[in-house]
Design a binder for this molecule. Structure first.
Ligand SMILES: [Zn+2]
Length: 378
């Protein structure tokens, strides 16, 4: 296969809808990109396998979870954001597999009212316990503002880091060995590496960004950060992370129908609109400042798994992310909540993006140690 690195000219994949908004995209001689090519290989290897083998693997897994948790109040943890994937996951865990999950939710201050209501309905319909970890708003606000000023791409890293820590602590407290994650390859296989910072538990990165870009007025007293040893050993030997939806024939449209009818779940309209921050981040900050429209990766994933056609994906991309009125409303809510002036917001949006790597990081330290180790012992 002859591969050509993209030039600056615009190009869109002929198989999915990824394009040169990913600076690292590579197209083959037929015009297919690295994302869908790799996704389809992995889907065929891991997802679209013999249904008998798939069922066997799933049964074995569920049995292990049940057996290991037989003496515990809960046999697994699930994260509950109120979005489609996690809501459906809660449904199958209880109704299909007969598991006894403890649902964990992180309240970072940005839940939409509908998300709160959806979570309440899910928990009531399934009769499961909910543990809500509430972040200290003043600290979280100061952290988000520091990340905005730093102009790094992954502001959601703060939420992901906090969820990671909360899950880990709850698993210890209740001696729960399995975390059923809503991550699924069917709708999330395409994601360019540069569209996020993959080292979500990199506490040093968060600490350094806060130190350099925060306003210095508030000490982080409750937002838990890991030390280097905890970073290296995070999640090891404690809790197994199971992307359970990958074991099922997960179909987003069907999942949506089930949670609507069975859990009184109501639709937000778009992916991730359960969080007002995530919505603003994906509809305004990413496209306007970083020139990234995450829908492109999401629809490409669905195209790869056969849940959307390429034409449907292209048509969806024509739709406005936000109407002018929605933009105005969301912007004023966002500025008021974070206590940012319009002027400062404009400066943030105009500042050239910087890399997470420009700040201190545990990930960088780990690579350096690994390199040194290999140089000595090779
Ligand atoms: Zn492609």
């Amino acid at each position: 296969m002859t591969e050509t690195k993209n030039s600056k000219e615009y190009q869109i994949c002929k198989q999915c809808i990824m394009d040169t908004s990913d600076p690292d995209i590579v197209f083959d001689a037929n015009g297919s990109c690295n994302h869908c090519t790799n996704s389809i290989i992995r889907l065929n290897k891991e997802i679209f396998i013999d249904p008998i083998i798939k069922k066997h693997n799933l049964d074995k897994l569920i049995n292990n979870i049940k057996q290991d948790g037989v003496n515990n109040k809960y046999d697994c943890l699930i994260g509950l954001s109120g979005g489609v994937d996690s809501s459906y996951l809660a449904y199958v865990a209880v109704k299909q597999f007969g598991l006894r999950p403890l649902a964990v939710h992180l309240d970072n201050g940005w839940n939409s009212e509908l998300a709160v209501e959806n979570i309440k309905n899910i928990v009531n319909s399934l009769n499961i316990d909910l543990y809500t970890h509430v972040l200290n708003w003043e600290e979280f606000k100061a952290l988000q503002k520091a990340f905005l000023r730093a102009s790094v791409i992954d502001i959601e890293m703060l939420t992901d880091h906090a969820i990671g820590v909360a899950l880990y602590e709850v698993s210890k407290k209740y001696n729960i060995k399995y975390f059923l994650s809503g991550y699924n390859y069917q709708s999330e296989s395409v994601m360019p590496a540069k569209w996020l910072y993959p080292y979500k538990m990199d506490s040093l990165n968060i600490k350094d960004i806060y130190k350099k870009e925060g306003d210095g007025g508030l000490k982080l007293k409750t937002f838990k950060l890991l030390n280097f040893y905890q970073y290296l050993t995070f999640g090891k030997n404690s809790m197994a992370l199971i992307p359970i939806l990958n074991y099922l024939d997960y179909n987003k449209k069907e999942a949506l129908k089930i949670i609507e009818t069975q859990l009184n779940w109501r639709n937000y309209g778009n992916k991730h609109d359960e969080s007002i921050f995530t919505k603003f981040y994906q509809d305004v900050i990413l496209p306007q400042k970083f020139k990234i429209d995450k829908r492109r990766a999401h629809y490409s994933s669905l195209i790869c798994s056969g849940q959307m056609t390429r034409d449907e994906g292209l048509e969806e991309m024509q739709k406005e992310l936000l109407s002018q009125q929605d933009y105005k409303n969301n912007l004023s809510y966002f500025l008021k909540k974070l206590n940012i002036s319009e002027g400062e917001f404009q400066t943030i949006m105009d500042t050239k993006p910087r890399l997470h790597w420009d700040y201190r990081s545990f990930a960088k330290r780990k690579f350096k140690i690994g390199k040194l180790y290999r140089a000595i012992f090779k």
